[in-house]
Design a protein around this ligand. Structure first.
Ligand code: S3P
Length: 259
């Protein structure tokens, strides 16, 4: 055997060791999830994540391959989060709720926490139509917008492990509800009319509220849609007065309970 072949054989052996170590590490991740679920401990603990990162940095300080190994660990940790998320939810997480209930903010944070990709139906519509929501409403009308929305929801029916946030009116059509239910855990986010107004008052991208930016109108429309929201929801989380970490932990906890 020449020298190069021998070195390559050694690398192959290293890869086997890495595979075994990663398999062990991932199995431990599954053990952690099972333990946390059994004992009602929060699944995602940012403090622990920070501690772990610091420990790793200390171990690798002045190491010959400090930068490279740290880079690899970023992937390892990201994938551990994915394993946690996948073991907790087999389906998509679909966020529904009134405008300004916090769907966009929550989906971004939840996506990061769980290392899952996020999708916004409104954003996909804007991309496909190459027009803003306001332009779509004013040029083609609400019915056209609702058809675009239904088509996107239909397309997403066969996906999994995504955090999807749908527009506030998506629950109005039965077919959307049926398609969302096929592969999604549906999380209803709620907020008081006053909170909604605070969050959306400067937006000109909410044609439904244009000319009606007041709590009376918001309360009235919310009341009108309430039964639809509640009918579709697997879990309900209020966002009033809570920080984003709290909201996302509550969502994860409630979904895990609801399996
Ligand atoms: C709508 C909500 C909006 C958007 C459209 C219609 C509604 O989405 O889909 O303006 O009917 O409630 P957000 O809930 O994300 O604002």
């Amino acid at each position: 055997m020449d020298n190069l072949t021998e070195i390559r054989k050694n690398i192959e052996a290293c890869d086997d060791v890495i595979i075994d170590a990663l398999t062990n590490r991932m199995n431990y991740i599954e053990d952690i999830i099972a333990y946390k679920r059994k004992h009602g401990i929060a699944v995602f603990q940012p403090e622990q994540e920070k501690k772990q990162k610091k420990l790793l940095q200390e171990k690798l300080k002045e190491h010959k391959y400090e930068e490279e190994i740290e880079d690899i660990f970023r992937y390892i940790i990201e994938n551990s989060k994915k394993i946690q998320a996948k073991s907790l939810f087999q389906k998509n997480i679909i966020l529904v709720g009134f405008m300004g209930a916090g769907k966009t903010t929550v989906s971004k944070y939840l996506g990061k926490m769980l290392a899952l990709n996020i999708v916004e139906t409104d954003e996909l519509i804007v991309e496909k139509e190459k027009k803003s929501i306001r332009e779509i409403f004013s040029e083609y009308g609400e019915e056209y917008f609702r058809n675009c929305e239904s088509n996107i929801i239909l397309e997403l029916k066969n996906s999994s492990h995504l955090v999807i946030s749908v527009g506030g009116g998506a629950v109005l059509r039965d077919m959307n509800i049926r398609n969302m239910k096929k592969n999604g855990k549906i999380v209803l986010l709620t907020a008081k009319p006053q909170t909604v107004l605070e969050r959306v008052k400067d937006s000109d991208e909410r044609p439904i509220l244009s000319g009606h930016m007041n709590t009376e109108f918001i309360s009235m429309l919310m009341e009108k849609r309430k039964a639809r929201y509640e009918e579709v929801a697997d879990v309900v989380v209020s966002t009033d007065g809570k920080d984003i970490q709290e909201i996302c932990e509550e969502i994860i906890g409630k979904i895990a309970e609801d399996q």
